[in-house]
Design a protein. Structure first.
Length: 141
């Protein structure tokens, strides 16, 4: 499980990486291509040319950690946008979800409609008993 603190920055290398490179080779890529410090605790994400393998590089208290995943089938989706990405995107990428960088959609309404309640506090429409039986029978069918 990939769990990142709120203070962790995540960088994505846009160019495909030679996956024969290990810790030191990836640190050189971080310094040269991403112009970032690989020892500051940030997470760095690398894909190979075929996008069927991913490497994650991060430094913790004890040293550099390298996480590697190879897909049995399919490819990882390429990320859009700049080299800095959100903390949720690496997890979504590893899970196979499509990640789109862009404007977030609002999930709430601007205006909420309020209907007047009846005197007894019940605002459901009343239907005669005969019609209710026919309506529920048609729903069951």
């Amino acid at each position: 499980m990939l769990s990142l603190a709120a203070s962790v920055r995540v960088f994505f290398c846009r160019e495909p990486v030679d996956f024969r490179k290990a810790h030191d080779g990836l640190v050189a890529i971080v310094r040269e291509q991403l112009a970032a410090d690989p020892l500051d605790g940030s997470l760095f994400v690398f894909l190979n040319r075929r996008r069927d393998r991913i490497k994650l590089l991060q430094r913790d208290e004890n040293g550099l950690g390298l996480h590697y995943k190879r897909l049995a089938a399919g490819t990882f989706r390429a990320l859009e946008g700049g080299t800095s990405i959100t903390r949720a995107e690496p997890r979504m990428l590893l899970d196979g979800n499509e990640v789109k960088v862009g404007k977030l959609e609002r999930r709430f309404a601007d205006v909420v409609g309020v209907e007047a309640r009846q005197a007894n506090g019940d605002n459901r429409a009343r239907t005669p008993r005969r019609e209710r039986g026919a309506a529920s029978a048609s729903r069951r069918a």
